[in-house]
Each structure stands twice: as C-alpha cells, then as structure tokens.
Design a protein around this ligand. Structure first.
Ligand code: TTP
Ligand code: MG
Length: 359
C-alpha cells in the first residue's frame, strides 16, 4: 500500500507570530533577528515576513544588509520563549491528526496519515482541515506537502508557500521531482550543488539519469542515497519521537524477601504503578524490562520486546512475572523494578487498542 505522508511547515514562522501578536505589523515588512543598530549591527536575520522578502531579505542574511535593503521594515528581536509556546500548541493540533508523528524543528513536522486517511482524496481533505484549524486556533498559516514519502512531501510543502497545499500522487514522484533544481533535495547544499553543476547536473531529473556508480565514486554512500532520492525513492519512516524514553517504578523491601508468592504480589503492585504512570503520560510500550537486586546487591535486568505496541496492565504483569521467574527460586531479594520502554504516543495505536479493549 502506498504511504500518505504530510510535511507541514509554518509560513515565515517567527515573523508571522510577531504579526499575530501585534496587528499593526500585519501586511508590513517584518524582520526578526539581531539588532540592526542603524545599519551597523553585526548579527543576522532569523526570518522575515513575506512582505520583507519582496525586498530581497531572507534568513541568514547579515542584518546590516537587510537594513540597507529596507530601512522602513519593522526590526524585532527574537522572542524564542513565545515561538516555542506557539510551536507547542501547533504541534498538538498536528499530532492529533497523525498515525505517526515526527516534529523536526520548531515549525515543521511529518505526519504519516496512511491509515487515518485511507485514500489520497481524504488526505487532501484532512490537510485542508489541518490548515483551517491552525489558522482558526493559532491565527497562522502553514504550507503542506502530501506525498508517498518524506522527501517528496518536504519538497512539496515548500513549492507553493505561503499558505500552500501541494499534492504529489503516488507513481508520479520522479516526474514531480524531474524539473526541480538539485538543491531542493534535502542534504544537497551549496557545496554539493556546485560539484554537481561541474558535472552539468542541475535538475533532479539530470541527477536521476546520472550513473549511480559515478555518484558513489564522488560522494560515497551519500551518492547512492542521492541517486535513490532523485528517483523518488525514500523508504524512511516517520519516526515517532517520545518525550521520555521509558517509564519505570521500583520497590525496595524493608527486609529481603525470598518467598515467591510475596515477590509475585509485589511485582503486581509495581506493574500497577508503572501502568498508571504510562497512562498518565499517554504512551504505549513495546518493551517490558525487570530489575532484580539480590541481598548482596548483585543486580540483574531482563527485558522482552513485544511484536506490537501495548498498553494493558495484564501484559505488564504477565511479562514481568515471566522475566523474573528465574530469580524467584529461594534467593533473598532486596529490590524489584519494572521498566517500560520503546514508547509511542501514536493516536491510531491507542484508538485501535481502545476499540480492542472495549470489546
Ligand atoms: P523556516 O521554516 O526555514 O522559515 P520560515 O518559517 O521563517 O519561512 P518559510 O517556511 O515560510 O519559508 O524556519 C523556521 C524558523 O526558524 C524561522 O521562522 C526562524 C528560524 N530560522 C532561523 O532562526 N535562522 C535560519 O537561518 C532559518 C532558515 C530559520
Ligand atoms: Mg517555515
């Protein structure tokens, strides 16, 4: 089945937030960055509004140059705390639409909505809803690229900025990429662009037609990947990023315990505590681990990874019991612990499991 991946990127993010906060700046050239100091500032432009871009101003440009290009622009300092706060709210909206979600910077994220959407027309509809929600709740516009892989989705989101929506149909990725300049490919910077230009390769289509071996001889492994990307091939997954890598609870006994029944009881109690923490943080897990410390402080850990994500208390109890059984043979035990790792916050997995559990 073709994947459906969205890349969402906010338009002139810092500058748009500033315009939203101060309506007087709406429609004005706004430059966010270091102090221009009347044209003598030594810092750079972080970003600027699309109105300022008409003057040739862009991210990374010396602020002194931006000042020369448009003295009348509104120059503002970077208010990172504010942008991070806005970013959090936006990411929450985006995450709620995704089967798999990956934030990649303060203003961009990948959403795998293959299952949730089911078809491309539905995905396009969802993208429209996302744009409307971001606009309505946060007063900001974003651009979205929809494609069967991450690279194509990222390139697509950039093509019709601001407030764009660009769809790349499966089976037409190479065709979509063909006329674009090579520097549109993530990873090809000005240096690689120059080397490729020296080989008369300027478009992604030309790059795709180049012998892979030749690219490998010049760029090594990256040459092979570059060639694949140019052909519209990018199997990389939207990788769920978890805020905490694991959830764990432990218990140290007042007196060392050797009775298996008591130990299993205690393990169940720890399972309940760790499960509660897991629910509070809204995670599913794939790996259950146990920690067993003997009276002499020798400490063992055992872990098992499940085939699928789970959230059930019963699974935690069952797995932790099995993993600790070998230690419950009459030895005196000082501490027991359970750790859940390989966590995921995927909405789809949770709703699917909710349905499953409520049967
Ligand atoms: P971008 O998404 O690259 O730029 P943008 O959102 O301002 O504009 P657009 O996407 O519409 O082209 O970067 C997101 C934010 O990151 C940007 O608002 C400011 C910050 N940033 C810098 O501080 N320095 C930089 O050189 C770049 C490129 C971005
Ligand atoms: Mg952006």
């Amino acid at each position: 089945m073709n994947r459906i991946i969205l890349h969402v990127d906010m338009d002139s993010f810092y500058a748009s937030v500033e315009q939203r906060e101060n309506p007087l700046y709406m429609g004005q050239p706004v430059v966010v960055g270091s102090d221009p100091k009347g044209g003598h500032g030594r810092g750079v432009v972080s970003t600027c509004s699309y109105e300022a871009r008409k003057f040739g101003i862009h991210s990374g440009m010396p602020i002194s140059r931006a000042y020369k290009l448009c003295q009348d622009a509104v120059f503002l300092p970077v208010n990172m705390a504010l942008y991070k706060e806005v970013s959090r709210s936006i990411m929450e909206i985006l995450r709620s639409f995704a089967d798999k979600f990956q934030q990649v910077s303060v203003d961009e994220a990948y959403l795998d909505i293959s299952e949730g959407a089911g078809s491309l027309p539905e995905a396009v509809e969802i993208a429209g809803i996302i744009k409307a929600q971001v606009k309505e709740r946060e007063g900001l516009t974003c651009s979205i690229g929809i494609a069967p892989n991450r690279t194509a989705a990222k390139i697509a989101s950039d093509l019709e900025k601001p407030d764009g929506l660009t769809v790349v149909e499966p089976g037409r990725v190479a065709e979509f990429l063909e006329p674009l300049e090579v520097r549109r490919l993530p990873g090809i910077g000005s240096k690689n662009e120059e080397i490729l230009a020296g080989m008369d390769i300027r478009t992604i289509g030309q790059l795709a037609r180049c012998e892979q071996n030749l690219l490998v001889s010049i760029f090594g492994k990256w040459g092979a990947r570059m060639h694949q990307l140019a052909h519209g091939i990018d199997p990389s997954e939207v990788a769920e990023r978890t805020e905490s890598k694991s959830v764990s609870k432990e218990h140290t006994f007042q007196v060392d315990i050797s009775d298996a029944v008591e130990l299993y009881d205690s393990l169940d109690g720890i399972a309940e505590r760790v499960h509660r923490a897991l629910m509070q943080q809204g995670f599913s897990f794939r790996t259950v681990g146990v920690k067993v410390r003997q009276e002499d402080f020798t400490t063992f850990t055992r872990a098992r990874t499940l085939d699928i994500y789970a959230r059930d208390l019963d699974i935690i109890k069952r797995e932790s019991r099995e993993l600790s059984r070998e230690f419950f043979d009459g030895r005196k035990i000082r501490l027991l612990g359970i750790k859940l790792s390989n966590l995921s916050k995927s909405r789809m997995i949770q709703t699917t499991l909710d349905r499953f559990q409520s049967r």
